[in-house]
Design a protein around this ligand. Structure first.
Ligand SMILES: Cc1cc2nc3c(=O)[nH]c(=O)nc-3n(C[C@H](O)[C@H](O)[C@H](O)COP(=O)(O)OP(=O)(O)OC[C@H]3O[C@@H](n4cnc5c(N)ncnc54)[C@H](O)[C@@H]3O)c2cc1C
Length: 469
């Protein structure tokens, strides 16, 4: 496996223990947060457990939706060298059970990226903005005062314990962040209702083929035979494919490596293919955290569930969450208080931009754990592509009457599922509108949450699914 050159190494500051802000994790969320804080003139360090050479090498499908709009802290132009395929414009859903392939338009700008190069570019962006990087440093604990305010982290670098004090800690440590296991967050609004069953276990390989694939303008999706998951084939170029799969952790575990190997073996375009790189990780496939703030502490990106739970796409959400959290952290440092009240606006901006939509999309995820997958695929095969696309990304879909009648005629034999889907869509719409009333301060949080939980009860009742939260 190739490695790349180190960037952003702040060697001069390795012994320093006091910072304005500490960011844990040099992923998308952490780098956008640190770039924003550094741009405002504050001293910020990113603590990353990987080496300088390995940082930015992150398990991913490499598909970038929303590639047109990245926050300014690290502009899109700086990331563009990593965009290896900007010719992708639709999803190709293969439904073997129905012997059908659906070509579905994907709204907004799409790209497939060389993920490691992209990872290096966001690190470079944060370094250019003035952030310091401490690599090979693993955060192991969170420092808190007696009243619970977070004041820093404890870490270890190559066997030596290190302490970091800061006015604010940004948790960008990714899915199942250790910081949230260690910190006592019970006395704030911070969402601690997080369990492994709200995650998907995923794995991918980079595969090289000799002949160009026919679908180099598409993101290919295919349901797995079981375990409420899907396989994907995302073309980085015509001959370099990111091939992967994932399953919901509520289900019987899949043998990810073997299952992928079997599918690759059965596809003519991968005969004689060479595998270059193998990585796996967990993806949050849940609603965003109800609140990702605690005095002195904010969580961003995967560490706060900022992923589209139906597609597993989390890069764009991480970039925006990192930026919004940092802007609020700056506000807090300027006001000289890091209370939840001051940090709260970050929650509101996340919910307003994408959180409400993701919470509504999670309803369809919940449905998928309760219905027969073959039945659902049969119905999908009968539905108009534009509406499936809209449902996948907007959290809601409206069929015109002509399309409704056409879809209903085609869906003959699936009317039970159609009814189920129709009722589920009503629940998702109710939830979406409740999230639009997300409170403007922590004071309204309990009441909002109680009503949301009541709406979730009706989601479980409608779908027949086991409660997820
Ligand atoms: C297999 C797979 C496929 C995916 N496919 C796509 C896709 O096609 N498109 C898409 O948009 N999204 C995809 N995602 C999701 C996407 O990768 C994430 O949403 C995104 O990377 C989140 O960024 P982040 O900065 O929050 O976290 P991460 O990118 O995970 O970064 C976290 C960083 O924190 C570091 N870290 C963790 N713990 C510590 C510690 N204790 N001390 C110090 N450092 C620590 C890690 O080393 C890492 O560098 C996929 C995810 C997986 C697992």
């Amino acid at each position: 496996m190739s490695t790349q050159e180190a960037v952003g190494v702040g060697a001069g500051d390795l012994g320093r223990d006091s910072w304005d802000a500490v960011v844990v994790g040099a992923g998308t969320a952490g780098c956008y947060a640190a770039a924003t804080i550094a741009d405002a003139g504050y001293d910020v360090v990113i603590i990353e457990r990987k080496s300088p050479e390995e940082a930015g090498h992150i398990a991913c499908g490499d598909a970038l939706k929303g590639a047109d709009t990245f926050p300014d802290a690290i502009p899109k132009s700086q990331l563009e060298p990593a965009f290896t395929n900007t010719g992708v414009d639709h999803g190709r859903f293969e439904i073997p059970q129905e012997d059908t392939v659906l070509e579905i338009p994907v709204p907004g700008e799409l790209a497939v990226v060389d993920r490691w190069t992209y990872g290096r570019k966001v690190i470079e962006g944060a370094a250019d903005a003035g952030a310091t990087f401490h690599y090979d440093t693993v955060v192991q604990d969170v420092r808190q005062t007696d009243d619970g305010t977070v004041t820093g982290v404890d870490a270890i670098r190559k066997g030596t314990p290190r302490t970091y004090d800061a006015e604010i800690v940004v948790d960008g440590a990714g899915a199942l962040s250790i910081l949230q296991d260690k910190a006592d967050l019970a006395d704030s609004t911070f969402d601690t209702n997080v369990t492994y069953s709200q995650f998907c276990s995923a794995y991918r390989e980079i595969v090289h083929v000799d002949e160009p694939v026919e679908w180099s303008d598409a993101l290919v999706f295919k349901p797995t035979e079981r375990a409420a998951g899907y396989l994907w084939y995302f073309p980085r170029t015509e001959t370099e494919i990111n091939a992967g799969l994932g399953f919901q952790m509520t289900e019987e575990p899949m043998h990810l490596v073997d299952d992928l190997k079997r599918d690759l073996r059965n596809r003519a375009e991968f005969q004689g293919a060479r595998v270059e790189d193998k990585l796996g990780a967990a993806i949050p496939t849940r609603r965003p955290y109800d609140s990702a703030v605690h005095p002195g502490f904010v969580a961003v990106g995967d560490a706060a569930g900022h992923v589209n739970p139906t597609t597993g796409g989390g890069i764009a959400g991480a970039a925006y969450a990192g930026t919004y959290a940092a802007e609020q952290a700056i506000e807090a440092m300027e006001q000289g208080t890091v209370d939840e009240d001051v940090l709260w606006r970050y929650n509101e901006r996340v919910m307003d931009h994408f959180g409400a939509r993701y919470a509504a999309l999670d309803v369809y995820n919940i449905l998928s754990t309760a219905v027969d997958i073959d039945e659902l695929m049969g119905l999908l095969a009968a539905m108009p592509g534009e509406q499936i696309a809209e449902a996948l990304y907007s959290g809601s879909a409206n069929l015109g009457w002509g399309l409704k009648i056409k879809a209903l005629l085609k869906a003959r034999g699936h009317y039970g599922t159609v009814w189920n889907l129709y009722k589920t869509k009503q629940r998702a719409d109710e939830l979406l509108s409740h999230y639009e009333d997300y409170p403007s301060s922590p004071a309204g949080f309990d009441t909002w949450q109680a009503e949301r939980d009541r709406l979730m009860e009706s989601v479980y009742e409608t779908t027949g699914a086991d409660p997820k939260y």
